[in-house]
Design a protein around this ligand. Structure first.
Ligand SMILES: [Zn+2]
Length: 203
């Protein structure tokens, strides 16, 4: 089975993908960002060091290396635009494989903002908190005594910009994959979202 998961930042893709991969015994292909960190590719390092965007071609090359020999896998964060989707379609066709499902975690911008802007991280030990779903025992303090801070990418303007990019670049994939699309309400609890995904994958 070959699946990909689509959702705006903060929709819970990472959590769901781990659960799906475990249950359906799929290879979990890391998102491009995680892949860059994992492989430490020299070419990639050049881009990251200068803050430039890693070009599509290089991203595609790295992802394809991961999926080349796999028959059962799940993708996250790739493809992130129509062009990448078409490249992936062609690659799978060449390898006599096909995408079975595209799962979309539908989540409103309001909910995303609420989730991400409430994230806090300990400046000392790196433990994550959420002021709503997982608040610290003492205001502004980690259990280790460190101060809780808001990461740069959890700030409202940054989240809004990432949402805009998602709508512009990634949302067209929903139309592209409309025959394989599974839409799940991403605003439910983690367990309920997972339950819905499993039910629809089995149908
Ligand atoms: Zn801490």
């Amino acid at each position: 089975m070959i699946i990909l998961i689509i959702g705006p930042p903060g929709s819970g893709k990472g959590t769901q993908i781990e659960k799906i991969a475990r249950k359906f015994e799929l290879k979990h292909i890391p998102s491009p960002g995680d892949l860059f960190r994992k492989i430490g590719d020299e070419e990639v390092k050049k881009y990251l060091a200068t803050g430039r965007l890693v070009p599509d071609e290089l991203v595609t090359k790295l992802i394809f290396k991961e999926i080349e020999d796999a028959d059962n896998f799940i993708l996250e964060g790739y493809p992130r635009n129509l062009e990448q989707a078409k490249t992936l379609d062609n690659f799978l066709l060449e390898k006599n494989k096909k995408l079975d499902f595209a799962i979309y975690l539908r989540t409103s911008e309001e909910e995303i903002l609420k989730r991400i802007t409430n994230r806090r991280v300990c400046a000392i030990c790196g433990k994550n908190y959420n002021l709503i779903t997982n608040p610290p025992a003492e205001d502004g303090k980690c259990e280790c005594g460190g101060n809780l801070v808001q990461r740069e990418d959890a700030k409202k303007e940054i989240v809004r910009e990432r949402m805009r990019v998602f709508r512009e670049q990634t949302e067209p994939l929903l139309e592209h994959y409309k025959n394989k699309l599974i839409v799940v309400d991403g605003e439910q609890s983690v367990e309920k979202v997972f339950e819905d995904i499993c039910r629809k994958l089995k149908d």
